[in-house]
Design a binder for this molecule. Structure first.
Ligand code: KG4
Ligand code: ZN
Length: 338
Protein backbone atom coordinates (compact mmCIF):
# COMPACT_ATOMS: atom_id res chain seq x y z
CA UNK A 1 0.00 0.00 0.00
CA UNK A 2 1.36 3.40 -1.05
CA UNK A 3 0.43 6.15 1.42
CA UNK A 4 0.89 9.85 0.78
CA UNK A 5 1.56 11.74 4.02
CA UNK A 6 0.82 15.45 4.48
CA UNK A 7 1.97 17.59 7.41
CA UNK A 8 0.89 21.24 7.74
CA UNK A 9 0.19 21.71 11.46
CA UNK A 10 2.55 24.64 12.04
CA UNK A 11 5.42 26.20 10.11
CA UNK A 12 6.62 23.29 8.00
CA UNK A 13 5.04 21.84 4.88
CA UNK A 14 5.95 18.15 4.86
CA UNK A 15 5.09 15.54 2.24
CA UNK A 16 6.15 11.89 2.06
CA UNK A 17 5.33 8.57 0.47
CA UNK A 18 5.49 5.46 2.63
CA UNK A 19 4.97 1.94 1.31
CA UNK A 20 3.67 -0.70 3.72
CA UNK A 21 6.33 -3.23 2.65
CA UNK A 22 9.11 -1.18 1.05
CA UNK A 23 9.15 1.50 3.77
CA UNK A 24 9.79 5.18 3.21
CA UNK A 25 10.16 6.03 -0.49
CA UNK A 26 10.53 9.79 -0.42
CA UNK A 27 10.03 12.79 1.82
CA UNK A 28 10.19 16.52 1.17
CA UNK A 29 10.04 19.44 3.53
CA UNK A 30 9.58 23.12 3.02
CA UNK A 31 10.36 25.16 6.12
CA UNK A 32 8.78 28.58 6.67
CA UNK A 33 11.38 29.52 9.27
CA UNK A 34 12.86 32.37 7.27
CA UNK A 35 9.48 33.98 6.75
CA UNK A 36 8.51 33.85 10.44
CA UNK A 37 11.99 34.81 11.63
CA UNK A 38 11.25 38.41 10.67
CA UNK A 39 8.40 38.47 13.23
CA UNK A 40 10.18 36.55 16.01
CA UNK A 41 7.66 33.70 15.95
CA UNK A 42 5.05 31.90 13.86
CA UNK A 43 2.40 34.18 12.34
CA UNK A 44 -0.55 31.79 11.87
CA UNK A 45 -2.17 33.57 8.91
CA UNK A 46 1.12 33.71 7.02
CA UNK A 47 1.73 30.04 7.81
CA UNK A 48 -1.64 29.03 6.29
CA UNK A 49 -1.06 31.09 3.15
CA UNK A 50 2.37 29.63 2.64
CA UNK A 51 1.08 26.06 3.04
CA UNK A 52 -1.45 26.86 0.29
CA UNK A 53 1.37 27.99 -1.99
CA UNK A 54 3.74 25.11 -1.29
CA UNK A 55 1.65 22.00 -0.63
CA UNK A 56 0.42 20.99 -4.10
CA UNK A 57 3.79 21.60 -5.85
CA UNK A 58 5.51 19.53 -3.12
CA UNK A 59 3.03 16.66 -3.58
CA UNK A 60 3.66 16.71 -7.35
CA UNK A 61 7.42 16.76 -6.83
CA UNK A 62 7.26 13.93 -4.29
CA UNK A 63 5.28 11.71 -6.69
CA UNK A 64 7.51 12.56 -9.65
CA UNK A 65 10.73 11.85 -7.76
CA UNK A 66 9.31 8.48 -6.65
CA UNK A 67 8.27 7.67 -10.24
CA UNK A 68 4.69 7.25 -9.10
CA UNK A 69 1.48 8.40 -10.73
CA UNK A 70 -1.57 9.72 -8.93
CA UNK A 71 -3.40 6.41 -9.27
CA UNK A 72 -0.55 4.44 -7.68
CA UNK A 73 -1.42 6.01 -4.32
CA UNK A 74 -3.72 3.84 -2.15
CA UNK A 75 -4.38 6.17 0.77
CA UNK A 76 -3.71 9.67 2.09
CA UNK A 77 -2.69 10.48 5.67
CA UNK A 78 -2.85 14.06 6.88
CA UNK A 79 -2.19 15.81 10.18
CA UNK A 80 -5.60 16.75 11.57
CA UNK A 81 -4.34 18.18 14.87
CA UNK A 82 -3.23 19.43 17.27
CA UNK A 83 -1.89 22.57 15.63
CA UNK A 84 -2.86 25.90 14.11
CA UNK A 85 -6.42 25.73 12.76
CA UNK A 86 -5.76 27.54 9.47
CA UNK A 87 -2.59 25.57 8.79
CA UNK A 88 -4.30 22.26 9.59
CA UNK A 89 -7.22 23.13 7.31
CA UNK A 90 -4.91 23.53 4.31
CA UNK A 91 -3.55 19.99 4.73
CA UNK A 92 -6.93 18.49 5.65
CA UNK A 93 -8.83 20.10 2.76
CA UNK A 94 -6.12 19.18 0.24
CA UNK A 95 -5.87 15.60 1.50
CA UNK A 96 -9.63 15.11 1.64
CA UNK A 97 -10.15 16.55 -1.87
CA UNK A 98 -7.36 14.47 -3.42
CA UNK A 99 -8.66 11.31 -1.73
CA UNK A 100 -12.15 12.03 -3.00
CA UNK A 101 -11.04 12.64 -6.58
CA UNK A 102 -8.64 9.66 -6.59
CA UNK A 103 -11.34 7.53 -4.88
CA UNK A 104 -9.07 6.29 -2.11
CA UNK A 105 -9.37 6.48 1.70
CA UNK A 106 -8.04 9.36 3.77
CA UNK A 107 -6.99 9.09 7.40
CA UNK A 108 -6.67 11.90 9.95
CA UNK A 109 -3.42 11.56 11.91
CA UNK A 110 -2.71 12.96 15.37
CA UNK A 111 0.49 15.02 15.09
CA UNK A 112 1.91 13.72 18.39
CA UNK A 113 1.20 10.12 17.40
CA UNK A 114 3.22 10.90 14.29
CA UNK A 115 6.12 12.05 16.48
CA UNK A 116 5.71 9.04 18.78
CA UNK A 117 5.96 6.59 15.88
CA UNK A 118 8.79 8.40 14.05
CA UNK A 119 11.48 6.04 15.47
CA UNK A 120 9.65 3.21 13.64
CA UNK A 121 11.17 4.61 10.44
CA UNK A 122 14.68 3.79 11.66
CA UNK A 123 16.65 0.61 11.08
CA UNK A 124 16.12 -0.92 14.50
CA UNK A 125 12.70 0.27 15.59
CA UNK A 126 11.39 -0.05 19.17
CA UNK A 127 8.97 -2.83 20.11
CA UNK A 128 5.86 -2.29 22.22
CA UNK A 129 5.46 -1.70 25.12
CA UNK A 130 7.63 1.31 25.87
CA UNK A 131 7.74 4.69 27.58
CA UNK A 132 7.57 7.65 25.21
CA UNK A 133 8.84 11.12 26.02
CA UNK A 134 7.43 13.56 23.47
CA UNK A 135 9.08 16.98 23.59
CA UNK A 136 7.92 19.47 20.99
CA UNK A 137 7.09 23.16 20.70
CA UNK A 138 3.55 22.69 21.96
CA UNK A 139 3.67 19.56 24.12
CA UNK A 140 5.70 17.71 26.73
CA UNK A 141 4.17 14.28 27.26
CA UNK A 142 5.30 11.18 29.10
CA UNK A 143 3.27 8.22 27.89
CA UNK A 144 3.11 4.50 28.57
CA UNK A 145 2.63 2.99 25.12
CA UNK A 146 1.16 -0.51 24.83
CA UNK A 147 0.54 -0.36 21.08
CA UNK A 148 -0.65 2.05 18.40
CA UNK A 149 -3.46 4.09 19.93
CA UNK A 150 -3.01 2.50 23.36
CA UNK A 151 -1.61 5.42 25.28
CA UNK A 152 -1.66 6.01 29.03
CA UNK A 153 -0.64 9.56 29.88
CA UNK A 154 1.78 9.42 32.83
CA UNK A 155 2.79 13.08 32.93
CA UNK A 156 2.71 16.33 31.00
CA UNK A 157 3.82 19.91 31.31
CA UNK A 158 1.61 22.01 33.55
CA UNK A 159 2.73 25.23 31.80
CA UNK A 160 5.25 25.78 28.97
CA UNK A 161 6.24 22.88 26.75
CA UNK A 162 9.97 22.06 26.65
CA UNK A 163 10.36 23.54 23.15
CA UNK A 164 8.41 26.63 24.16
CA UNK A 165 10.78 27.16 27.10
CA UNK A 166 13.74 26.87 24.71
CA UNK A 167 12.15 29.34 22.28
CA UNK A 168 11.26 31.89 24.98
CA UNK A 169 14.65 31.69 26.68
CA UNK A 170 16.36 32.06 23.29
CA UNK A 171 14.30 35.17 22.64
CA UNK A 172 15.42 36.65 25.99
CA UNK A 173 19.02 35.94 24.99
CA UNK A 174 18.47 37.91 21.80
CA UNK A 175 18.62 34.84 19.54
CA UNK A 176 16.21 34.62 16.64
CA UNK A 177 13.38 32.23 15.88
CA UNK A 178 13.24 29.25 16.16
CA UNK A 179 15.09 29.49 19.42
CA UNK A 180 15.76 25.84 20.26
CA UNK A 181 18.48 25.11 17.69
CA UNK A 182 20.04 28.57 18.13
CA UNK A 183 20.17 28.28 21.90
CA UNK A 184 21.75 24.85 21.71
CA UNK A 185 24.40 26.15 19.31
CA UNK A 186 25.29 28.98 21.69
CA UNK A 187 25.28 26.55 24.64
CA UNK A 188 28.16 24.64 23.05
CA UNK A 189 30.43 27.59 23.85
CA UNK A 190 29.14 27.94 27.42
CA UNK A 191 29.83 26.45 30.81
CA UNK A 192 26.75 24.87 32.47
CA UNK A 193 27.68 25.93 36.00
CA UNK A 194 24.89 28.37 36.83
CA UNK A 195 22.59 26.61 39.28
CA UNK A 196 19.25 26.52 37.51
CA UNK A 197 16.49 24.63 39.35
CA UNK A 198 15.36 21.14 38.23
CA UNK A 199 11.62 21.88 38.46
CA UNK A 200 9.29 19.39 40.15
CA UNK A 201 11.98 16.75 40.59
CA UNK A 202 12.02 16.96 44.40
CA UNK A 203 8.46 15.69 44.72
CA UNK A 204 6.76 12.55 43.46
CA UNK A 205 4.91 12.54 40.15
CA UNK A 206 5.68 12.69 36.48
CA UNK A 207 4.40 16.12 35.47
CA UNK A 208 6.71 18.87 34.26
CA UNK A 209 6.87 22.63 34.68
CA UNK A 210 9.26 24.69 32.58
CA UNK A 211 8.04 28.25 33.05
CA UNK A 212 10.17 28.71 36.20
CA UNK A 213 13.33 28.00 34.20
CA UNK A 214 12.40 30.80 31.83
CA UNK A 215 11.96 33.23 34.73
CA UNK A 216 15.23 32.08 36.29
CA UNK A 217 16.95 32.67 32.95
CA UNK A 218 15.47 36.17 32.72
CA UNK A 219 16.67 37.11 36.23
CA UNK A 220 20.13 35.67 35.50
CA UNK A 221 20.38 37.64 32.25
CA UNK A 222 19.43 40.87 34.06
CA UNK A 223 22.02 40.23 36.80
CA UNK A 224 24.79 39.49 34.28
CA UNK A 225 26.95 41.83 32.23
CA UNK A 226 25.35 40.35 29.12
CA UNK A 227 28.61 39.48 27.41
CA UNK A 228 28.57 36.76 24.76
CA UNK A 229 30.22 34.41 27.28
CA UNK A 230 27.56 35.24 29.92
CA UNK A 231 24.86 34.40 27.42
CA UNK A 232 26.57 31.17 26.37
CA UNK A 233 26.87 30.14 30.06
CA UNK A 234 23.20 30.88 30.65
CA UNK A 235 22.23 28.91 27.53
CA UNK A 236 24.38 25.93 28.59
CA UNK A 237 23.05 25.98 32.16
CA UNK A 238 19.42 26.27 31.00
CA UNK A 239 19.92 23.39 28.57
CA UNK A 240 21.50 21.23 31.28
CA UNK A 241 18.58 21.92 33.60
CA UNK A 242 16.08 20.82 30.94
CA UNK A 243 18.17 17.73 30.11
CA UNK A 244 18.49 16.70 33.78
CA UNK A 245 14.81 17.28 34.47
CA UNK A 246 13.76 15.18 31.50
CA UNK A 247 16.19 12.41 32.49
CA UNK A 248 14.99 12.32 36.10
CA UNK A 249 11.33 12.05 35.04
CA UNK A 250 12.01 9.39 32.41
CA UNK A 251 14.01 7.34 34.90
CA UNK A 252 11.12 7.57 37.34
CA UNK A 253 8.58 6.51 34.69
CA UNK A 254 10.78 3.55 33.67
CA UNK A 255 11.23 2.46 37.29
CA UNK A 256 7.51 2.84 38.10
CA UNK A 257 6.36 0.80 35.11
CA UNK A 258 9.28 -1.64 34.94
CA UNK A 259 9.50 -1.04 31.18
CA UNK A 260 12.89 -1.42 29.51
CA UNK A 261 12.45 0.69 26.35
CA UNK A 262 12.32 4.44 26.02
CA UNK A 263 11.33 6.40 22.91
CA UNK A 264 12.22 10.09 22.75
CA UNK A 265 10.76 12.18 19.92
CA UNK A 266 9.54 15.66 18.93
CA UNK A 267 11.58 18.73 17.93
CA UNK A 268 13.52 19.04 21.21
CA UNK A 269 14.77 15.46 20.86
CA UNK A 270 17.07 16.78 18.12
CA UNK A 271 19.05 18.49 20.90
CA UNK A 272 22.47 16.84 21.28
CA UNK A 273 22.87 17.49 25.01
CA UNK A 274 19.38 16.12 25.74
CA UNK A 275 20.05 13.05 23.61
CA UNK A 276 23.34 12.48 25.46
CA UNK A 277 21.84 12.89 28.96
CA UNK A 278 18.93 10.57 28.23
CA UNK A 279 21.24 7.99 26.63
CA UNK A 280 23.52 8.07 29.68
CA UNK A 281 20.56 7.57 32.01
CA UNK A 282 19.20 4.73 29.84
CA UNK A 283 22.58 2.97 29.81
CA UNK A 284 22.78 3.15 33.61
CA UNK A 285 19.24 1.81 33.93
CA UNK A 286 19.87 -0.94 31.39
CA UNK A 287 17.16 0.47 29.16
CA UNK A 288 17.11 0.58 25.35
CA UNK A 289 16.64 4.10 24.03
CA UNK A 290 15.29 5.06 20.62
CA UNK A 291 15.34 8.42 18.84
CA UNK A 292 14.28 9.34 15.33
CA UNK A 293 17.12 10.60 13.10
CA UNK A 294 17.48 14.36 13.84
CA UNK A 295 15.67 15.26 10.61
CA UNK A 296 12.58 13.33 11.76
CA UNK A 297 12.63 14.76 15.32
CA UNK A 298 11.16 18.00 14.02
CA UNK A 299 7.98 18.14 11.94
CA UNK A 300 7.94 16.09 8.75
CA UNK A 301 5.60 14.25 6.40
CA UNK A 302 7.30 10.85 6.81
CA UNK A 303 6.02 10.27 10.35
CA UNK A 304 2.48 11.18 9.25
CA UNK A 305 2.63 8.82 6.26
CA UNK A 306 3.89 6.03 8.55
CA UNK A 307 1.26 6.57 11.28
CA UNK A 308 -1.53 6.89 8.71
CA UNK A 309 -0.40 3.75 6.90
CA UNK A 310 -0.67 1.70 10.10
CA UNK A 311 -4.21 2.93 10.73
CA UNK A 312 -5.27 2.42 7.10
CA UNK A 313 -3.85 -1.12 7.17
CA UNK A 314 -6.00 -1.74 10.25
CA UNK A 315 -9.07 -0.72 8.26
CA UNK A 316 -9.57 2.74 9.74
CA UNK A 317 -10.43 5.74 7.59
CA UNK A 318 -12.08 9.14 7.80
CA UNK A 319 -15.49 10.03 6.38
CA UNK A 320 -15.90 12.68 3.70
CA UNK A 321 -15.76 15.58 6.16
CA UNK A 322 -12.70 17.82 6.36
CA UNK A 323 -11.53 16.87 9.85
CA UNK A 324 -9.25 19.25 11.78
CA UNK A 325 -8.88 19.61 15.56
CA UNK A 326 -6.53 22.32 16.88
CA UNK A 327 -6.84 20.73 20.35
CA UNK A 328 -6.90 16.95 20.47
CA UNK A 329 -5.80 14.96 23.54
CA UNK A 330 -3.71 11.96 22.44
CA UNK A 331 -5.52 9.75 24.96
CA UNK A 332 -8.69 10.06 22.84
CA UNK A 333 -7.18 8.06 19.98
CA UNK A 334 -8.65 4.67 19.19
CA UNK A 335 -6.42 1.61 19.37
CA UNK A 336 -5.77 -0.37 16.25
CA UNK A 337 -6.57 -4.06 16.36
CA UNK A 338 -3.58 -6.25 15.60
O1 KG4 B 1 8.12 18.91 16.91
P1 KG4 B 1 8.41 20.28 16.43
O2 KG4 B 1 9.19 20.42 15.14
O3 KG4 B 1 7.10 21.09 16.25
C1 KG4 B 1 6.04 20.98 17.14
O4 KG4 B 1 5.30 19.96 17.04
O5 KG4 B 1 5.95 21.87 18.01
O6 KG4 B 1 9.18 21.00 17.61
C2 KG4 B 1 9.59 22.32 17.49
C3 KG4 B 1 10.27 22.71 18.76
C4 KG4 B 1 10.61 24.18 18.81
O7 KG4 B 1 10.26 24.69 20.07
C5 KG4 B 1 12.11 24.19 18.59
O8 KG4 B 1 12.76 25.29 19.16
C6 KG4 B 1 12.51 22.90 19.26
O9 KG4 B 1 11.51 21.98 18.89
N1 KG4 B 1 13.82 22.42 18.80
C7 KG4 B 1 14.91 22.32 19.60
C8 KG4 B 1 15.97 21.88 18.78
N2 KG4 B 1 15.48 21.71 17.51
C9 KG4 B 1 14.17 22.05 17.54
N3 KG4 B 1 15.06 22.58 20.90
C10 KG4 B 1 16.28 22.39 21.42
N4 KG4 B 1 17.34 21.99 20.72
C11 KG4 B 1 17.25 21.72 19.40
N5 KG4 B 1 18.30 21.30 18.72
ZN1 ZN C 1 5.76 18.56 15.86
Amino acid sequence: MYVLGIETSCDETGVAIYHSEQGLLNHLLYSQVEMHNEYGGVVPELASRDHIRKLVPLIKQCLQESHLKNDDINGIAYTAGPGLMGALLVGAATARSLAWSWQIPAIAVHHMEGHLLAPMLEESPPKFPFIALLISGGHTLLIQVEGIGRYRLLGESLDDAAGEAFDKTAKMLGLGYPGGPKLSLLAERGCPDIKFPRPMTDRPGLDFSFSGLKTFALNTIHASEKTVQDKADIAASFQSAVADTLSIKCKRALQQTGLKSLVVAGGVSANRKIRASLTEMADKENVQIYFPRPQFCTDNGAMIAYAGCQRLLAGQQQGLEIFARPRWPISELSPIQN
